[in-house]
Design a binder for this molecule. Structure first.
Ligand code: EPU
Length: 335
């Protein structure tokens, strides 16, 4: 266990905001977590993963908690389906790379997403036609309110687009994910429907999850900034869902990219709207709209302040609202 006072969070958020917290606790086991004297920790409490989907808007006055619970346990029962239990502190892409190496299908489309396993299950990360809920069968948490271990089935997690039970306002700060149970498969099962995935495979029919992983990595490297090189928190906004009538107004000839959802509504890529408004490359101080994927705001100078990021965010929201009458909502969690 590691405890630090007035801790610099610069390395704990991929946006590289220069902020600090009053108290920082990093634990290695569930026992250590359970043994913490929560009454005495400075409030509020904030549990983070790799800090890859957060925007710290100022110094944090309370306690930041981080899990180093790291294990990957294959519950191999000789079946087609392979349950895998994974500690919340495992780096997400380490898990994906391991399971692909073992020839297990399920996680390959989620390659190279920054973050850790616990946060992935909270946020329901998704990319290239797959969401993590598709391969989760259960989540184990420590309930800070009742002070006990609780297990949730996938259904109980109430997963939605970048949403879950754990993100509901009434549960804020209540559950700490300690491990996640995945269900992967030995059966050949590539998911190649998302635009661009087949192209990245260059006409080859993939035989292994590793081949799909490599294709996804190629796409991501072309479009998304490497957090090691350029600070960001991935997609800054969610893709808005609008009614059919609104879509007809947004794009009278229907040529705008869109996805029809089963309930009759339409998802329109925020990247397209931001692009149409001419925001690619727009800056506010050290913050900029990423040229290759305008859904991403980057810390271009390495010195961008939270105020600059927020100013750019507001400019984009206002610009898109004026042009399309749609209000974008941030995907990145503001702290
Ligand atoms: N587009 C433009 N201009 C651009 C870029 C994109 O018009 O400069 C349009 C294109 O029509 C493109 C569409 O936007 O087809 C969608 O772009 P993309 O396939 O890159 O996906 P996205 O909807 O912008 C989402 C996720 C990403 C995920 C990709 C791939 C959200 C908020 N973002 O982005 O997730 O990697 O799909 O599946 O749902 C993240 O959450 O941090 C993230 C990176």
């Amino acid at each position: 266990m590691r405890i630090q006072l007035n801790y610099d969070l610069g390395a704990q958020n991929t946006f590289r905001m220069k902020v600090s917290c009053a108290y920082y606790v990093e634990y290695e086991t569930v026992k250590e977590l359970e043994g913490l004297n929560f009454e005495r920790l400075p409030k509020p409490l904030l549990h983070i993963g790799a800090g890859s989907n957060l925007l710290f808007t100022k110094d944090f006055p309370g306690t930041v908690l981080h899990s180093n619970i790291e294990f990957i346990k294959y519950v191999d029962v000789g079946l087609e389906e392979v349950p895998v239990m994974v500690g919340a502190g495992v780096v997400w892409d380490h898990f994906v790379s391991e399971t692909c190496r073992h020839g297990l299908w399920g996680a390959e489309n989620l390659s190279l997403i920054p973050g850790e396993v616990g946060a992935a299950a909270v946020q329901n990360i998704g990319a290239y036609g797959v969401e993590v809920k598709d391969i989760i069968s259960g989540v184990v948490c420590y309930d800070l309110q009742e002070r006990k271990k609780v297990k949730f089935t996938r259904e109980e997690c109430r997963y939605g687009y970048r949403d879950s039970l754990f993100k509901q306002p009434e549960n804020r700060g209540r559950y700490v994910v300690t491990s996640v149970l995945f269900r992967l498969s030995r059966k050949h099962n590539p998911k190649l429907e998302y635009k661009g995935v087949r192209d990245a495979l260059e006409g080859k029919e993939p035989q292994t999850p590793q081949e799909v992983r490599e294709a996804i990595i190629r796409i991501r490297r072309q479009k998304l900034p490497d957090p090691e090189e350029l600070g960001s928190a991935g997609s800054f906004f969610k893709n808005p869902v609008v009614s059919r009538e609104d879509f007809a107004r947004i794009s009278p000839d229907g040529s705008a990219p869109h996805y029809d959802l089963p309930d009759g509504t339409v998802k329109v890529p925020a990247a397209w709207m931001i692009d149409q408004c001419g925001f690619k490359g727009a800056t506010e101080g050290g913050a900029a709209v990423y040229e290759k994927q305008p859904l991403v705001i980057v810390n271009a100078s390495g010195e961008a302040s939270p105020e600059e990021v927020l100013a750019l965010e507001n400019r984009i929201i206002n610009g898109v609202r004026e042009r399309f009458g749609v209000t974008l909502h941030p995907e990145v969690e503001h702290i």
